[in-house]
Design a protein around this ligand. Structure first.
Ligand code: FAD
Length: 262
């Protein structure tokens, strides 16, 4: 194998929680130091049939925590997630030592509102932001005056993963609003809260929360189609390009278009 071993370290799975049959979280204890900023991702890897298969996963945990946490969706037929899915408490996974990514909280431009849009596992970096800021706030050291507004979409409420935690934070702190929304309420009859797709609710919540192009940084994370439609909406609302950040989790396969003879 050509990959130098010292770029990776072992990480032991110390906790696993399954939310649905294809969504779960793991906490891992890396056998070595890893530093990161909230919003960044780690690269997890498994050696399989003589090949190292690696993929990016946003870190859910805060840099203040000792372990790293991930929220993962099983992709049927995918190369890595079926292997990760088999890993239980006490098993080990490989992880690149270097954490990467620029999808971090904008603390430089002075924009005070931070509007965060996600689908299912795309909530991961936002949980990391909230856990980190909560600790700072508790210690009297918020890095800047900030308001966080998070919208998370899923087909059904069982897929949110972190809704209870985010609702608890939102009830306690004055700087966070969190709205989970279900796009298939007919499959979730007990659901009494917001319904609809994230992209269909952007205008409503941006207006309700007073998020204007002048004072708002926007973050979109997860499903490529939500991100594409969301970006279109913000551009039409004249949000400057530099106020929009995105973390696209996968590239959809190219649509095959029928070429007609000319
Ligand atoms: C910066 C970054 C952060 C990421 N963070 C997370 C995270 O926190 N949690 C997480 O679950 N994933 C995350 N991903 C996606 C992850 O890296 C893998 O792409 C995903 O887990 C699928 O890996 P796989 O090897 O099983 O599938 P692959 O073999 O890579 O893909 C198989 C096919 O499925 C498509 N595909 C990939 N992912 C999905 C999906 N979720 N739904 C539908 N189709 C898909 C691919 O485009 C491809 O056509 C992140 C990606 C990036 C770039």
């Amino acid at each position: 194998m050509s990959i130098p071993a010292d770029k990776f370290l072992d990480a032991e799975i110390v906790e696993r929680k399954d939310f649905t049959e294809d969504l779960w979280m793991v906490r891992v204890a890396p056998a070595g130091e890893c530093s990161f900023v909230a919003g960044q991702y780690a690269t997890l890897a498994v050696d399989h049939n003589g090949k190292r298969i690696e993929r990016a996963y946003s870190i859910v945990s805060s840099p203040y925590e000792n372990e790293l946490e991930f929220f993962i969706e099983l992709v049927p037929g995918g190369q890595l997630t079926p292997l990760l899915y088999e890993l239980r408490h006490g098993h080990r996974v490989l992880m690149r030592k270097a954490m990467k990514g620029r999808f971090t909280l904008d603390l430089k431009t002075g924009r005070t509102r931070h509007l965060m849009l996600s689908t299912v596992t795309g909530i991961a970096p936002f949980v990391s932001f909230v856990r980190t800021l909560y600790k700072d706030w508790k210690n009297g050291g918020m890095p800047a005056p900030l308001q966080l507004y998070i919208l998370q979409g899923a087909s059904r409420s069982s897929e949110f993963g972190y809704d209870t935690e985010l609702e608890r934070f939102a009830a306690e702190v004055p700087w966070l609003k969190y709205v989970p929304t279900v796009s298939r309420p007919w499959e979730d009859p007990a659901w009494q809260k917001e319904t609809g797709r994230v992209e269909d609710l952007i205008r409503k919540y941006a207006d309700l929360w007073g998020c204007s192009p002048a004072d708002t940084s926007v973050y979109l994370c997860g499903h490529p189609e939500m991100i594409e439609s969301g970006l279109g909406i913000f551009k039409r609302r004249r949000f400057p390009k530099e106020s929009l950040q995105q973390e696209v989790y996968w590239i959809p396969p190219k649509q095959h278009t029928l070429k007609l003879p000319t």
